[in-house]
Design a protein around this ligand. Structure first.
Ligand code: C2E
Ligand code: MG
Ligand code: MG
Length: 765
């Protein structure tokens, strides 16, 4: 407790320690003394002095404290009682019997209203925003406890005064139990409402009031003649203890407020006990007469329980409604949310299975705001939120009452239109676009946004909610990349839509560098040694698995991502090759480049920079350009090839012989390598083998004549390997030698005899 009354000055703490010790000594003296052995000096004057000191300490708390009223009132209340005790001692000096009511009664009874007000103030301080139901819980607990107390106190008092006493005497004697009962109602009720652990001050006060009530009841027993030693002890010690507790309570530190702590709802124990007590009193009354005051309190308890139940049922119903509304509402905009959209769509499709409602149809508009991210980035999320909040009122003004606008998430909205034709749906899209294009005034700035809208209809386009949303989303994507602000879903755009989505994903993957580079060895056909590797790009896609390069490279070209993609492969391949060189494997690495790279004026500089960064000799790098690329942009290619060759690196014509090859151009290109397409090998294995062999032999010879190294790709079996070796081809590459694979998985076979077919790597494409 010393720790708890930590904000009391030292002198005050010492004073309480002395008072505590005195109280214990008094308690001991009461036990030692027999019943009826009262000592006026101790039981009268000293007890009164003890109480006055405790009261003064209590009042002194009011000074220097911001919340003066409560300690002041509590202090005055207990002081009033202490003066009553002193007056009684004075009035009964020399064995005189004071009259009833006496001056002492006036001060004693003064205690009740003052402390009552203090308790109410304290409760209000702690229970600022409680609902009616919680207050009723407190009332049930308090009334029940008071009922029990009253059934003892009033019974005793009525027995003791009998019917002959003067009205003033009866009134005075009744005033005490009434005062106690009222205080007890507050104390127990408050304890049921205020979470105890957080409020030691309240618990101490409630305990003090309870001791009073019990002490007074003992007192009544004593005055009705049924005195026991225990009763005398309790009667003597109750009031000084209670006053000391009240006095200490004002110095206690209130519980710390912790916003993170879970808000506990007050327990049901005390209200439950209160209700049980009320019921018990009424039951006991059927067997043995209980005082009407207790009956009244018990009845009040049960009536309050009834009202409380009624409130609970009503509260539960409105809570269910609120929860439901919250679940389907977007918090920021107050519009419906994704859950509401799905619940409406699901209801529509479930209903549509019913032949009676088969005629009904629905349109879904999927709206995606343009430039929303920029607004968030430039003006802060507050501005973005404000814009979203303005959307609801603005857009709903162009909808019918039956059309539903929801926020699907982020900057995406949807409008659900029931039973309207496609003309109406496109009309809505037009009106929404017009509304969205009007400027938005956000605090200090005015911004403009646009939107892309996709329209899909059910049951024509889809027969379930997810499908319909997908169609509207695809149409929206198309609108986003196309010239129109809104698009209606058509079956033929489905593929397009997927492609567009893939472009978006590709863009993210390029930004995030989410690619891998695999390497396929090239073997020197004369020595059987691996002297080179070709770097091949791989895209591990979260949904589609490992996407082969031919499926995404054309997309990357279209989306202008080829430069970034080639830069990625070059960086990886050159750094890997440098690592091999450092590890004593002087391999050459071939990297495929595309037409876009050749048209980029800074390309050769960037290649030089990569080589420099990784300290790799230019001779270790070969850039592969497909024959079709060269033929398409011959003059540019010719010039860039010269630049690249000047850097000292090799340039290869990839897929040579796959298309309509024109041998005429070969002589004028500064290329260092000719890479025979797989089509050559296929031809070798089929048709007129003799003629085809002659063709391959002549091509290889031509390459050699032009100082080119000749590489054969697509070697899938030992026969092809042997044939190409015998035809004088320099290097061989193909699944028979090794699939493309990550650098760390690559086994670089040295002697030719060790070449064994590799196990098929599914991912290696
Ligand atoms: P490419 O440059 O002609 O690469 C050879 C392709 O043939 C690779 O396919 C390789 O896995 C495959 N291949 C290798 N040995 C065999 C074999 O024995 N049999 C068969 N059937 N195929 C074999 P991949 O990796 O799917 O690459 C396809 C094409 O994608 C490449 O053809 C190249 O034109 C392009 N590509 C790959 N990576 C890049 C890159 O980083 N940049 C650019 N611009 N294009 C790349
Ligand atoms: Mg290649
Ligand atoms: Mg090729």
């Amino acid at each position: 407790m010393a720790a708890r009354v930590g904000n009391a000055p030292r002198a005050v703490r010492v004073a309480y320690a002395v008072l505590g010790a005195l109280l214990l000594a008094y308690f001991a003296s009461l036990i030692v003394r027999g019943p009826g052995q009262s000592v006026t000096l101790v039981d009268g004057w000293l007890v009164a002095a003890f109480e006055v000191v405790a009261s003064v300490l209590c009042i002194s708390r009011a000074f220097g404290s911001r919340r003066r009223a409560i300690p002041l009132l509590l202090g005055l209340g207990v002081l009033s009682w202490s003066i009553g005790d002193a007056l009684l001692t004075f009035e009964s000096a020399g064995g005189a019997t004071p009259p009833v009511p006496s001056l002492a009664d006036l001060f004693w009874l003064g205690f009740y209203p003052i402390v009552y007000v203090a308790l109410v103030l304290l409760m209000r301080k702690h229970l600022s925003n409680l609902g009616a139901a919680t207050w009723l819980d407190g009332a049930v607990a308090g009334l029940g406890a008071a009922g029990v107390c009253a059934s003892f106190a009033f019974n005793t008092i009525l027995h003791s005064v009998g019917g002959s006493a003067a009205t003033a005497t009866v009134a005075t004697d009744l005033a005490y139990p009434i005062g106690d009962v009222l205080l007890l109602i507050l104390a127990v009720g408050g304890t049921a409402l205020i979470p105890g652990k957080k409020n030691p001050q309240w618990l101490m006060l409630a305990g003090a009031v309870a001791i009073n009530a019990i002490g007074d009841t003992f007192n009544l027993f004593a005055s009705s003649g049924s005195t026991s030693h225990l009763g005398t002890i309790f009667n003597g010690i109750a009031w000084p203890s209670s006053i000391l507790l009240i006095s200490i309570s004002v110095w206690m530190r209130p519980g710390q407020f912790n916003p993170l702590a879970e808000r506990r709802t007050p327990g049901f124990l005390l209200p439950g006990l209160g209700a049980g007590a009320g019921l018990a009193i009424l039951l006991v009354d059927t067997v043995q007469r209980v005082t009407p005051v207790a009956i009244g309190l018990a009845t009040a308890t049960l009536v309050t329980v009834g009202i409380r139940l009624g409130l609970s049922v009503r509260g539960l119903r409105s809570l269910t409604e609120i929860r439901h509304r919250q679940a389907i509402t977007d918090e920021l905009t107050g519009l419906g949310n994704r859950r509401q959209l799905f619940s409406l769509l699901n209801a529509f499709f479930a209903d549509h299975a019913d032949p009676e409602t088969i005629d009904r149809h629905l349109s879904l508009l999927y709206v995606d705001l343009d430039h929303f991210k920029e607004i968030n980035d430039s003006f802060g999320h507050g501005a973005g939120d404000e814009l979203l909040r303005q959307l609801g009122p603005r857009l709903t003004s162009s909808l019918r009452d039956t059309d539903v606008l929801v926020r699907v998430g982020g900057d995406e909205l949807a409008v659900l239109i029931m039973d309207a034709d496609s003309r109406y749906a496109t009309g809505v899209a037009e009106r929404l676009m017009a509304k969205l294009e009007e400027p938005f005034v956000l605090n200090a700035v005015t911004v403009r946004i646009g939107a892309s809208i996709g329209i899909a209809s059910a049951p024509t386009d889809a027969t379930d909610s997810v499908g319909l949303l997908r169609c509207a989303d695809l149409a929206m994507y198309r609108a986003k990349v196309g010239p129109e602000a809104f698009e209606t879903y058509r079956r033929d755009i489905d593929d397009d839509g997927n492609r567009l989505r893939l472009v978006e994903e590709l863009r993210d993957a390029v930004e995030g560098g989410q690619f891998q580079v695999h390497y396929q060895p090239q073997v020197d056909l004369q020595t059987g040694e691996v002297t080179a590797v070709e770097a091949l790009l791989r895209w591990p896609h979260p949904r589609l698995g490992m996407v082969p390069p031919l499926d995404f490279i054309p997309l990357a070209e279209e989306a202008g991502l080829m430069q970034a993609l080639t830069a990625f492969v070059l960086e990886r391949a050159v750094s890997q090759c440098a690592a091999w060189h450092a590890g004593g494997r002087p391999l050459t690495v071939s990297v495929n480049i595309s037409a876009t790279n050749l048209l980029d004026p800074g390309f050769s500089d960037s290649v030089k920079a990569v080589l420099g960064r990784h300290h790799l000799p230019a001779s270790a790098l070969v850039l592969e350009i497909t024959e079709t690329t060269i033929l398409r942009d011959f003059d540019v290619c010719k010039r860039v090839i010269v630049q690249l060759r000047d850097l000292g690196l090799g340039v290869s014509i990839d897929d040579f012989g796959a298309g309509f090859t024109s041998l005429a151009y070969l002589g004028s290109l500064a290329v260092s390598e000719l890479k025979l397409d797989r089509a050559f090998l296929t031809r070798l294995a089929t048709g007129d083998t003799e003629r085809n062999s002659a063709l391959v032999r002549a091509t290889i010879a031509l390459g050699h004549k032009l100082n080119m190294r000749v590489v054969a790709e697509g070697i899938e079996d030992p026969e092809a390997l042997d044939l190409l070796t015998s035809l004088g081809c320099d290097l061989g590459q193909g699944y028979f030698i090794s699939h493309p694979m990550p650098a760390q998985d690559l086994v670089l076979p040295a002697p030719r005899l060790m070449l064994v077919p590799n196990t098929d790597k599914a991912a290696a494409g």
